[in-house]
Design a protein around this ligand. Sequence first.
Ligand code: NAG
Ligand code: NAG
Ligand code: NAG
Ligand code: ZN
Length: 326
Amino acid sequence: MPCSFIGAEMILAIITFLMMFITGSHTVDFCYDESHCDPYAWGDAFPSCHPILEEHHSPINLDHHMTRNESLEALHLDGFHAVHTGHWKLKNNGHSVVLEVGNGMSVSGGGLPGTYHTVQLHFHWGSLNTNGSEHTVDRHRYPMEMHIVNMKSSHPNLTSALDDPTGLAVLAFFIDLYYIENVHFGRISRLLPSIAYKGQTATVKPFPLIGLLPESHLSQYYRYHGSLTTPPCSQAVIWTMYEVPTYISWSQFEQFVTGIFSTEEDEEFVAHLHDNFRHIHPTFSRSVYASKDAKLLTATANHLYSPALSIFLLQLTLTVGIIYGL
Ligand SMILES: *[C@@H]1O[C@H](CO)[C@@H](O)[C@H](O)[C@H]1NC(C)=O
Ligand SMILES: *[C@@H]1O[C@H](CO)[C@@H](O)[C@H](O)[C@H]1NC(C)=O
Ligand SMILES: *[C@@H]1O[C@H](CO)[C@@H](O)[C@H](O)[C@H]1NC(C)=O
Ligand SMILES: [Zn+2]
């Protein structure tokens, strides 16, 4: 083989290597657990994540500094009670567990400037000994938080929605823990083992999303304008923070905390995905509005909805029913 040919081959190999190196260094990713890519460092790779004075970032702490707005009634959750056809996709994207819900659902009303199509929902969680909600209530963090992401229907794509200060409407629900399984969440949690690693997906049979929500308390919420809580941290979100948490069981929670990894299946280094929440940001000049029916944090949400109490009442009813032969 002539030397010149070997030389060409080597040059090609070097170029390929350099290309891989250059491309690799351009695919910036973010993380929650290492100081070079954690939420405090996101601004290095994503300038709009820099919390500059007077900018409106999320999450925030919810406290008693709120303004009641009597015109904020329950949102219209269109298609949330229906069983849709087709398939939904559950995905581990290395930062969260995401349920992509396809078409057929939208939210409007409750002061939103238009109709917003439901795109996906995802979760933020802590670990076995830390609570992991993104927003806090009187500095209290809940074990988990669920975000239902909706895009204003006048936008053709996410890029254009992120350029609009009211491009997205996110419905946020705190998740508390209880010893009884939530069967509706079971549709998601039982698939977690098949999406343990980053990049893995599973098919979900559509189910009524309303089952995941605290249905009888949906008129109690807080409203403020903020940002995405993940890069690129665009200030494009109308947040609706529901006052009453929904719940899952301890063992369902444990599946998120111990069974989901931020690394790919074939990676040598294995890292659990947990504590995937961004730090609290100041409200600055922003107002936080309380809906007409919100209780304004009086009982710190916790005690407003007690699954234990409902079950106690159910048992009491059954017992009384049996005693009286009903
Ligand atoms: C109350 O909410 C409505 C609907 O979003 C809005 O038009 C109105 O300006 C709000 N009032 C105040 C005092 O912010
Ligand atoms: C974590 O959440 C649980 C359940 O809501 C609560 O009892 C506990 O006080 C929270 N812990 C912290 C440190 O916020
Ligand atoms: C998104 O929509 C905008 C506005 O119509 C358009 O200019 C842009 O090319 C679209 N971007 C993508 C990635 O489709
Ligand atoms: Zn989120």
